[in-house]
Write a protein that binds this ligand. Sequence first.
Ligand SMILES: Cc1ncc(COP(=O)(O)O)c(C=O)c1O
Length: 395
Amino acid sequence: MSKYNFDEIVDRRGTHAIKVDALGERFGNPDLISLWVADMDFKSPPAVANTIIERCRHGIFGYTSTSDEYYNSIINWVNRHHDWKIDREWISFVPGIVKGIAFAVDCFTCPDHEVIIQPPVYHPFRIIPTLHHRTVVDNPLILEAGHYKMDVEGLKKLINPASKLLILCNPHNPGGRVWTREELIAIADICFEHKILVISDEIHSDLAFVPHKHIPFASVSEKAAQNSITFMAPSKTFNIAGIVSSYSVIPNKKLRELFHTFLSNSELEAGHIFAYLAAQAAYDNGDEWLVEAKDYIWKNICYVDEYLKSNIPQIKAMLPEASFLVWLDCRELNLLQSDLVSLFVDDAKLALNDGIMFGTGGEGFMRLNVGTPLANIRQAMDNLKKAVETKQTSI
Ligand SMILES: Cc1ncc(COP(=O)(O)O)c(C=O)c1O
């Protein structure tokens, strides 16, 4: 019997949740079904709120340091869930993974350097280095039989002396791939050989679905360990993105000293009371919640897949191997991207992410967030079916 109620509809309006309160500003309609920003509409594990409430009762919120318990929670979690043994000194708090990526770009590259990404991919991988005046080079993923794979040969071809950084999305957003050991080793070998530092963003790692198992990039070989910065967080896993509790893991001493000095020079490694407490509470008490959450998310994914197959076969769901984001292949609708977006927003009253924001390969796709009660997904699918039918009869 399930212990947590993921069917509960929690009204998030008025909480400054970007996902719901920015709908009007972003989509021109505040009343859409919100299936875009990558957080979930589920309450976090009760231990998170209970720990914060208990700490609030104390009433004094002075300067706060990290604790042994905080580090041990991270170390135990990563070992228990990902079979990766990390040392305390490898870990540093970072105030968000996107910020962490920006810090790494600043710390390890110069304006004339190239940063390699594998689109379609989480858009800040392109935006952040670009804003920092680095040249972003695409090594697009290969889409084969509805499944993405990395273009290892393509990667080798585009490398040149200016290539300094590769940002890896492991698991991948929006394609949902949990990269295999072979794929990760190939990237590790090439990047090591060419002295290209790998940033492995593993924010979706805890949400891999059986039989897929997340493999931390740095754990695949010594070359990977010595040439990478891994970013992890309990934020996607336990729906606590607003608390901001991410961290970096760097096994290589020289890289670690450079990055930690970069952070500490501006006190960027200093977290806050609730970040430490929430991460610890979630990691120590969240296993059961996570099993149920993943089970619920997987059922939502299957619902979408079956619904589309039976009712809107022109749209195909790419089944994610991890996380709550479903990449919808809408290319058979044969619509211009602006018309596709309008079909979802104006006709179906749905707010999804426009595939084009994820860069090369995103055209014809939309990203659907299924981290929400099934009732919302059912309504969304019914709206979409009606909108597609209406559109097709009007053509
Ligand atoms: C791959 C990936 N990295 C990072 C983030 C955001 O991380 P943070 O909120 O810690 O900056 C997201 C959020 O959607 C994501 O999908």
